[in-house]
Ligand binder design. Structure first.
Ligand SMILES: NC(=O)c1ccc[n+]([C@@H]2O[C@H](COP(=O)([O-])OP(=O)(O)OC[C@H]3O[C@@H](n4cnc5c(N)ncnc54)[C@H](O)[C@@H]3O)[C@@H](O)[C@H]2O)c1
Ligand SMILES: *[C@@H]1O[C@H](CO)[C@@H](O)[C@H](O)[C@H]1NC(C)=O
Length: 435
């Protein structure tokens, strides 16, 4: 037991989100108590009191959940909070969707699209510090104007998730919360495990136990194709050679999804996004920080493959991805289970959502230079082996057949919209913040 305790308390303080690492106070001095040490009257009374309270207290859930829930006490609770959640979940279509990662890039756009057509939408996001929180807050404010409430909380918080499911009856879960980014996994590997694996399992546990079970649509990634050299990438191609921990956690997610589908009858659709970009995008992605640095007159580092090989990406415009997400939701069949029991086979799908036209990074830069009307200071280096793959190229014929998915925005047109948003947002923040 004394062996276990310190290990558990260590696990307990693994950050589920970067920058949120708060080491727990060490209780090790308790272990140093020896029977022969003098117990004063007061310490005796103290111990009796603790034993008494432990005995009368109700059984408690996992310590982590308790700690997090306590942190939020007074925030994600109360009738005012419940009313906001209910109002946000009010639906004109019968569809009520929990969108995780709703303050994120894709999550914000998908939430807005669903709400605009009349679906009930409740957002959930932990607003972690992986990139500027201000951007997440701005997306949240925009969503609020559209009538979407984004609850601040973590997908690892089972108490909060169950409370959301008790407050609103979700027909669908659009799970877009994750620790994204390939290179950051070398800095903070545990955040990937915590959000993409532990958090996903926690969410699926609540989904499978809820009655009725929602259909779940979630974001995997093109990175699962890893070191694959067969192009274009098709859903049936091998995905057992991940090149990064991020990719490995997304691949794990696909397998975990399969097991929940198999055991509990949860309807599960995984979407492999290919380098999504656009207005309100992610500051950690190349097109975004290239723009920032070009405008600042700072040099940008462009990767090339071994022997000057081309590094190319199948850039996919956000509006196209949103259409794919919405179509996946609309074609999702109901889960078959109820209250944790399977009642027959349920739908299990995986789709590529890409653009089918890889563009070399050098071309990306020249388009940015054109739209920004600034010449970039370029530094070309060989791509380090830190998780990135040299190219991605989606075969989207499956999504096209089953979802009617058809991307319509090319990189030139998409970046034009991105640059327009960027200049507007960072020039006159808040004044003209709009989609
Ligand atoms: N943008 C892309 O190019 C791309 C490509 C492939 C896959 N994806 C996947 O698509 C999804 C959305 O990506 P995005 O680009 O919008 O990223 P994003 O980082 O902008 O959005 C993710 C959001 O989830 C939140 N989040 C993270 N961990 C959480 C947790 N434990 N609990 C609650 N909220 C949490 C973050 O605060 C963030 O707002 C992710 O699953 C990502 O892995 C994105
Ligand atoms: C694309 O995927 C489909 C299956 O969805 C497959 O039949 C087709 O052969 C693939 N095309 C290429 C060029 O790999």
């Amino acid at each position: 037991m004394t062996q276990l305790k310190p290990i558990l308390s260590h696990l307990d303080s693994i950050p589920s989100t970067p920058g949120k690492f708060k080491p727990e106070k060490s209780f090790s001095y308790f272990y140093r108590l020896r029977l022969h040490s003098k117990l004063t009257l007061w310490s005796f009374i103290f111990i009796v009191a603790i034993v008494f309270f432990v005995l009368i207290s109700p059984p408690s859930p996992a310590p982590e959940t308790t700690r997090r829930s306590l942190q939020m006490a007074g925030k994600n609770t109360g009738s005012d909070w419940e009313n906001r959640v209910r109002a946000s979940g009010r639906s004109k279509t019968g569809r009520v969707v929990l969108v995780t990662g709703a303050a994120g890039f894709v999550g914000a756009h998908v939430s807005a699209a669903l709400k605009r057509r009349g679906d009930g939408v409740v957002g959930l996001d932990n607003f972690n510090k992986y990139y500027e929180i201000a951007l997440k807050e701005s997306r949240k404010l925009l969503l609020e104007k559209d009538g979407v409430f984004v609850v601040k909380g973590d997908i690892n918080d089972g108490v909060l998730l169950r409370k959301l499911f008790e407050t609103v009856s979700f027909t669908h879960v659009m799970h877009l919360a994750a620790q994204a980014g390939v290179r950051y996994a070398m800095k903070n590997p545990s955040s990937y495990i915590q959000s993409n694996i532990a958090g996903f399992v926690n969410l699926l546990e609540v989904c499978k136990s809820s009655n009725p079970q929602p259909a779940v649509i979630w974001a995997s990634s093109s990175s699962v194709y890893g070191l694959n050299s067969k192009v274009p990438f098709s859903e049936k191609d091998r995905t057992d050679q991940p090149a990064s921990l991020y990719a490995a956690t997304k691949k794990a997610g696909e397998e975990i999804a399969h097991s929940y589908n198999h055991i509990y009858g949860l309807s599960l659709t995984g979407l492999r996004f290919f380098t999504v970009y656009g207005p309100w995008g992610r500051p950690d992605m190349a097109y975004f920080f290239f723009t920032k640095n070009i405008l600042k007159g700072k040099s940008i580092t462009i990767f090339e493959g071994v022997d000057h090989g081309t590094v190319a990406r199948d850039f996919t415009y956000i509006d196209d991805v949103v259409k794919g997400c919405v179509a996946a939701l609309d074609t999702a069949k109901k889960s078959t289970g109820s209250g944790g029991k399977k009642n027959g086979a349920a739908q299990f799908r995986i789709f590529n959502l890409g653009n089918t036209s890889p563009v070399p990074v050098s071309k990306l830069v020249s388009i940015l230079e054109k739209h920004l009307k600034v010449k970039a200071k370029k530094k070309v280096v060989t791509m380090p082996r830190n998780g990135d793959v040299p190219f991605t190229h989606a075969n989207i014929s499956l999504a096209s057949k089953e979802l009617g998915y058809k991307p319509t925005t090319d990189l030139e047109a998409g970046l034009k919209k991105f640059v327009k948003w960027y200049l507007n947002y960072y020039d006159s923040k808040k004044k003209h913040a709009s989609w």
